[in-house]
Design a protein around this ligand. Structure first.
Ligand SMILES: [Zn+2]
Length: 248
């Protein structure tokens, strides 16, 4: 039995977002001090959950948590910085989860670098949000399939070919829920940190108000050169070098 006191504490921090016959529950903001290159930066953190049961009864949502086995599933979240709702300009990064790159610091891709670098750019800019999309592992194929794709890559296939050979679409990522969350947090236009024009198209098609694009390259090494080349040649990524960034 959940007490009224517990419900009243949580109720003010839960937002209900309609999504067809489902609902997204957005919880936050939660203060999150982060160590960014030795400096403590305070972000506002939100996490969301997509539920097939649509209810605005907070008690009902909380009651279901302990039996929902959420640790077996992935939940996405967003780190918000500055006056995200009102600032005239805000930077957005839609970051796809990368277990090997973000957590282990793998140099087979540039995800870990992009994650940290995006956070820094957002803080320098003054306002923005980093969406960490938990169902996007391996461009949406999942961690186990990504391990198989890596084996195929070690045997000469490129990133795109490997995913196709395993029966996946090259890019199976979906941004709908993240955009709904973004629209709840901010309605003004945003600038997107990405090299991927398809991502901009996908976000615009899903109704996002994108005004500009900011490129992000870096951390090029012998280990990810082929991966980055494939992004440009096969997946249509745009190469634009900032002065301090290395060529491919
Ligand atoms: Zn990666």
């Amino acid at each position: 039995m959940i007490t009224n006191e517990i419900i009243s504490i949580l109720e003010s921090k839960i937002q209900f977002i309609e999504r067809g016959d489902k609902a997204i529950y957005l919880v936050g903001p939660i203060e999150l001090p982060v160590n960014l290159d030795g400096e403590t930066v305070v972000f506002k953190w939100y996490c969301w959950l997509l539920c097939s049961e649509v209810t605005i009864d907070t008690n009902r949502i909380i009651e279901k948590l302990s039996s929902s086995n959420l640790a077996e599933m992935q939940q996405s979240s967003v780190l918000v910085y500055g006056d995200f709702e009102q600032a005239d300009e805000a930077l957005i990064r839609m970051h796809s989860i990368c277990h090997t790159g973000d957590i282990f610091g793998s140099k087979r891709c540039d995800c870990g670098y992009q994650l940290k670098h995006s956070m820094k750019i957002i803080v320098e800019h003054g306002a923005g949000a980093l969406f960490y999309l938990a169902n996007h592992e391996g461009r949406g194929i999942g961690l186990f399939s990504k391990a198989m794709a890596y084996i195929l890559q070690e045997n000469g296939l490129d990133t795109v070919e490997a995913n196709l050979q395993l029966g996946f679409k090259d890019d199976a990522r979906n941004y709908d829920d993240a955009i709904r969350v973004l629209k709840t947090l901010r309605t003004k236009p945003v600038s997107l940190i990405t090299n991927n024009p398809k991502k901009i198209d996908a976000l615009k098609n899903a109704g996002l108000n994108v005004s500009e694009r900011m490129p992000i390259w870096g951390d090029v090494s012998e280990f990810n050169q082929k991966y980055l080349k494939t992004k440009v040649e096969r997946a249509g990524h745009l190469v634009e070098m900032a002065q301090d960034e290395q060529p491919l």
